[in-house]
Design a protein around this ligand. Structure first.
Ligand code: ADP
Ligand code: C5P
Length: 242
């Protein structure tokens, strides 16, 4: 394949040797997305890998929205500032460091005075319930993974996590789940599964799938390294036919 990309291109289809390898990880709430990402990052310890969470780009709630927070749909695509996410990803892909907002799930607000510094890397993993929803975001990805975990398992995990870590009571978790989380999963998250290259059943418990994914990433990074050393040599990929 011939590379026709400009050096600062961000599109995954323009695979310039210096462009980082971008992985999207999607799936329903509490499916194990973060767990899967952490396992991939651990196994790629000899590479520069960064994790970007779509949650960091939740819009902060206005005072009138905060007053009626139980009526706010955090599972709708409009709850995220996708423009800002695209800007941030574009900078990372072109080799610049960025400041990622820090989101507080208890206050439903971003921190006004602190950010997370994310440096340029070889691999960028973008994780979130709706990272496959927007075509511009999808177009940045070299590989798309969908973490597929049964809804009852996810709800049980979500109840535990939201009551222990996110300051919610069990009734509000169940109400939010029935009113917003489940319908939005059916309307937006599940339909975006068709864009996935790889579907991982059982999330972080599926060590075989994670090993295979890490092997694939290593192969791709190896090809990038070859292109960096020998920029005028094309990598010829073999095709097997059965
Ligand atoms: P997501 O990023 O999709 O919301 P997480 O990876 O944060 O999911 O997992 C949600 C919750 O479920 C966390 O509290 C996590 O510790 C727990 N969890 C994730 N994977 C497993 C697993 N394989 N077994 C048991 N608990 C898990
Ligand atoms: O980590 P996870 O993928 O579960 O995060 C997404 C979930 O966070 C959404 O299902 C949304 O309902 C929930 N959320 C929330 N309160 C916020 C922001 C998001 O309950 N302030």
């Amino acid at each position: 394949a011939t590379a026709s990309a400009s050096p600062d291109s961000t599109l995954a289809s323009d695979s310039h040797p210096n462009r980082p390898f971008v992985i999207g990880v999607s799936g329903g709430t509490a499916s194990g997305k973060t767990t899967v990402c952490d396992m991939i990052i651990q196994q790629l310890h000899d590479h520069r890998v960064v994790l970007v969470n779509q949650d960091s780009f939740y819009r902060g709630l206005r005072p009138e929205e905060l007053e009626r927070v139980h009526e706010y749909n955090f599972d709708h695509p409009d709850a995220f500032d996708t423009e800002q996410l695209l800007e941030c990803m574009g900078k990372l892909i072109s080799g610049q460091g960025v400041h990622v907002p820090i989101y507080d799930f208890k206050k439903h607000q971003r921190s006004s005075d602190s950010f997370r510094q994310v440096n340029a890397s070889d691999v960028i993993i973008l994780e979130g319930i709706l990272v496959f929803h927007d075509q511009h975001v999808r177009d940045l990805m070299n590989m798309k993974i969908f973490v597929d975990t049964d809804a009852d398992v996810r709800l049980a995990r979500r109840i535990r996590r939201d009551t222990v870590e996110r300051g919610r009571d069990i009734n509000s978790v169940l109400e939010q789940y029935a009113k917003f989380v489940k319908p939005a999963f059916d309307d937006f998250v599940l339909p975006s599964k068709k864009y996935a290259d790889v579907i991982i059943p059982r999330g972080g418990d599926n060590h075989v799938a994670i090993d295979l994914i890490v092997q694939h990433i290593r192969t791709k990074l190896g090809q990038h390294d070859l292109c960096k050393i020998y920029p005028n040599v094309y990598v010829i990929q073999s095709t097997f036919q059965i």
